[in-house]
Design a protein around this ligand. Structure first.
Ligand code: FES
Length: 139
């Protein structure tokens, strides 16, 4: 499952026109994105962080299949967030349920870089699949 959710505001995305790199942290895996190969596997919006992660074997939870209906694909765009599409109100609403939000938090399935710079994305270690494991508790 994946693609666009017809019940939410359509995200305005600018597809990349040049190759760029995405580094996933903390595993420190860097992959190259070639616009000629997009979209990959229909995980979230075409060219989304989730789409890129899944194509390259980087584990990123996505309980709703990438249709902006959960918060399990929460990522933090550490570098290059200015080249990503703006989050919609629907994405912000879902992010409200994510644990330990930051100013650079996004839903991986809704965040599409335009490829103008390389980006660095952190997959939070505390990120849990809420439907499977419940909300993490502060100790
Ligand atoms: S996978 Fe559910 S919101 Fe991204």
């Amino acid at each position: 499952m994946g693609g666009q959710n017809p019940y939410i505001e359509e995200a305005k995305i600018e597809s990349p026109t040049q190759k760029y790199k995405v580094t996933f942290m903390p595993m420190n895996v860097t992959v190259e994105v070639d616009p000629a190969d997009l979209p990959y596997d229909d995980h979230g919006l075409p060219g989304s962080i989730l789409d890129i992660a899944m194509k390259n074997g980087v584990e990123l939870d996505h309980a709703c299949g990438g249709v902006c209906a959960c918060s399990t694909c929460h990522v933090i765009v550490q570098q290059g967030s200015e080249t990503c599409n703006e989050s919609t109100d629907d994405e912000e609403d879902q992010l409200d349920d994510a644990y330990a939000l930051t100013d650079h938090s996004r839903l991986g399935c809704q965040c599409v870089p335009n490829g103008k710079v390389d980006i660095v994305v952190e997959i939070p270690e505390w990120n849990r699949n809420l439907s499977r494991e419940g909300v993490p508790q502060d100790s």
